[in-house]
Design a protein around this ligand. Structure first.
Ligand SMILES: *Cc1c(COP(=O)(O)O)cnc(C)c1O
Length: 454
């Protein structure tokens, strides 16, 4: 018996609100909603591999990823965009494990990168430089040099100062730089403020009003191949209207650029396609594809999209072991061995990941609402309060679901906790895709001055 308030797992909707970007607290235990992740004979599996077996072999915490789910997302996207010929450049900031990049390169995807480090990773994964798009509001001179030297297919420029620097780098390197102007369309994506990028109050892009003038200027620079326009209005967008409005703004701009006497051959429509974190609905990919075709399908430009989250988010979990339970202020706290340094989204964005016990909860199990918290010495190291979990005891395993986008990539070694390990699974095969960073390796990078006594 437990000391904590209990409610039935199938208890009906509560009116509690939670900080899930406006979503209501799920009334029932949220079950896995991705085909490749779910319960089989009472145990959580990723594809054909039992999560418990991975935990026994590698220890917790770890991310476990489904390769098949990613392949399916790419196929779904391609189907939804047909018959338009739209290039997919995966935004690798969502998850950049080499194994994932290799899978996507193998599927013919390009990459949207935002740093010199991502450039190195993309090239190391075998992505042809021509298929790399370099985005980002603050590219350094070093990064621009490396990108131009590698021969990336496109640099997305976000300011006139950046344009001038790229021209200078290209001149010194004796190469013409392929450039697209990232325009800020001033469309509110109606998503979380920290992941909204397309309004005039954000740092991103060239203001829509200045776009024509900057485009004319770029078209005249002899070191610059001014190819087109890019937009990206934010992330985790589940409503079609902001996309529709953005596509219309872009179509209008294409007309004005041509009216001005300049050529435009390329449109980069960014990412932002939202997924489901709770089994509800993400963006409807078919509707997205239809709107894209209707607004821009016959504008005579080569089209690219840069989805990140949509490609990977649902295809992974973070597995953690319950360390302790305790009661505090009349509430139950369940302390697990994964922390905010392993999965930062709840602390950073108030995001909420579903919790799936690795042992399937019995239908008649009685819920014990609890706060799932990590071991890091910060009050923000909490994954949230969960109303519908069965009793969890020390040694039990849980999975935080929908944890492949903006999760492992944001991990840090705060509290000297090693960077978290990642396991890739496909069918019945699995591989340690990134091993846990040894503390000794961190120590090797550090030294005290010789004047400091050991
Ligand atoms: C982050 C980002 C993306 C990907 O966003 P998602 O919401 O993950 O699809 C695409 N393009 C640019 C320029 C970005 O900054």
């Amino acid at each position: 018996m437990s000391n904590f308030d209990s409610v039935s797992l199938v208890q009906k909707k509560r009116t509690n609100c939670c900080t899930n970007w406006g979503n209501e607290m799920p009334a029932e235990f949220v079950r896995p909603h991705v085909a490749q992740i779910g319960y089989r004979s009472g145990e959580l599996f990723v594809e054909q591999v039992p999560v418990r077996a991975i935990a026994e072999e590698f220890g917790t915490p770890f991310y476990a990823y489904s390769a098949t789910a990613v392949r399916e997302r790419i196929e779904m996207l391609r189907d939804a965009l047909k018959p338009a010929d739209v290039r997919i450049c995966y935004a690798m900031k969502a998850n950049n494990n080499l194994s994932l990049l290799q899978i996507l390169a193998g599927l013919g995807c390009g990459m949207d990168i935002v740093s010199g480090g991502e450039l190195e990773r993309a090239l190391a994964a075998g992505v042809p430089a021509q298929r790399i798009v370099f985005s980002g509001v603050g590219k350094s001179k070093q990064e621009i040099k490396a990108a131009v030297a590698a021969g990336v297919g496109q640099l997305n420029v976000e300011s006139t100062e950046e344009l001038e620097l790229i021209a200078k780098v290209a001149r010194n390197g004796g190469k013409k730089a392929p450039v697209v102007l990232r325009v800020n369309p001033d469309v509110d994506a109606a998503t979380h403020p920290k992941i909204t990028t397309g309004t005039r109050h954000n740092k991103f892009g060239i203001p829509y009003e200045s776009a024509l003038a900057v485009y004319a200027k770029a078209s005249k620079l002899s070191e610059i191949d001014c190819l087109g326009v890019a937009v990206h209005i934010g992330s985790q967008i589940t409503d079609i209207q902001p996309f529709r409005r953005t596509f219309e703004r872009v179509a209008e701009l294409v007309g004005r650029i041509r009216a001005q006497g300049n050529t435009i051959a390329r449109l980069d429509l960014g990412g932002g396609l939202g997924v489901s974190y709770d089994g509800g609905s993400g963006i409807d990919i078919a509707t997205y594809g239809a709107n894209l075709r209707e607004t821009l399908g016959d504008c005579g430009c080569e089209l690219t999209i840069e989805p990140g989250r949509l490609v990977v988010a649902e295809a992974g979990i973070l597995v953690s072991e319950v360390l302790y339970n305790k009661a505090q202020g009349g509430e139950k706290f369940t302390i697990v061995d994964a922390g905010m340094n392993d999965l930062m989204r709840p602390a950073l964005y108030d995001a909420r990941h579903p919790v799936w016990p690795v042992a399937e909860p019995a239908a008649e199990a009685v819920a014990e609402p609890c706060h799932i918290v990590g071991p890091v010495c910060e009050s923000s190291d909490t994954f949230g309060k969960y109303e519908q979990l069965p009793p969890l005891a020390s040694g039990d395993l849980i999975a935080l679901g929908v944890a492949r986008a903006y999760c492992a990539v944001m991990a840090s070694s705060y509290n000297a906790r090693p960077l978290v390990q990642e396991i890739l699974i496909e069918g019945d095969r699995y591989r340690l895709a990134r091993r846990r960073q040894p503390v000794a390796a961190m120590l090797k990078l550090e030294q005290a001055g010789e004047w400091i006594a050991p």
